[in-house]
Ligand binder design. Structure first.
Ligand code: ADP
Ligand code: CDP
Length: 203
């Protein structure tokens, strides 16, 4: 069984997926972490983030470890995870995610993982796992999402809201909900409330 949980930036995808996956006793995978890892490695190498030919050679050692407590991304023996949520990665990641060659590489990593699993991102229900029987799409207003993310970033709420809105715009192509996804506005719900809503639909 595969459950897909897509949604806009900071809508709660990874926290909700982790909670749902732990309740089901299955792993979850965070596809955004792979796009973030490509971006980080590109920035560290001084590569042009719009050039797939400069990025693909950096990826041979990259591996996603889908731990239930929180996914980790490795480059050979180096754990990249702690550096994937910086503002500079936030700013560059949508350029990388627009590259078809990089999307193919990420999709191949995800499709190689054994089911059952919970997969979260933007296009899990539309593109990577279109036959998944259970699909969800999380939303919340830009202000609510910025207030949540402000607890994890040094910038103030208006700056974060502007950056989230810009990233939503850049991600529009791959972010449409699947026609068969259940849309959940997480704004009025607690994190546990969103997890429980999904678990109820799965029962
Ligand atoms: P995403 O993976 O979509 O970027 P996260 O799971 O990282 O979102 O959530 C962003 C932040 O919002 C986290 O600090 C998380 O704990 C918090 N959060 C997620 N969902 C809710 C919710 N329904 N109510 C309150 N806070 C939430
Ligand atoms: O957590 P947040 O929503 O801020 O970001 P993320 O899920 O880690 O995704 C980071 C970026 O990766 C997004 O802004 C998209 O550009 C890209 N992404 C994508 O294109 N497709 C996915 N399935 C997942 C992420």
């Amino acid at each position: 069984m595969i459950v897909t949980i897509d949604g806009v930036a900071a809508s709660g995808k990874s926290s909700v997926s982790s909670g749902v996956a732990q309740a089901l006793g299955v792993p979850y995978v965070s596809s955004g972490l792979l796009y973030r890892a490509v971006t980080l490695l590109g920035l560290e190498a001084g590569a042009d983030l719009a050039q797939p030919g400069a990025l693909l050679p950096l990826l041979s050692g990259v591996r996603l470890e889908p731990l239930a407590s929180g996914n980790r991304v490795w480059n050979a023996v180096h754990d990249l995870t702690a550096d994937l949520h910086s503002t500079r990665v936030d700013t560059g990641v949508s350029v990388v995610a627009a590259l078809p060659e990089i999307r193919e590489w990420v999709d191949a990593q995800l499709r190689a993982l054994p089911a059952p699993l919970v997969a979260e991102g933007r296009d899990m229900g539309t593109n990577v796992f279109p036959h998944a029987p259970h699909k969800f799409y999380l939303t919340a207003s830009p202000r609510v999402r910025a207030e949540r993310r402000a607890r994890e970033r040094p910038e103030d709420i208006p700056a974060i809201e502007a950056a989230l809105t810009e990233r939503d715009r850049q991600d529009t192509t791959q972010s449409a909900p699947a026609p068969d996804a259940r849309i959940i506005d997480t704004g009025p719900l607690t994190l546990q409330g969103v997890i429980d809503t999904i678990l109820e639909h799965l029962r």
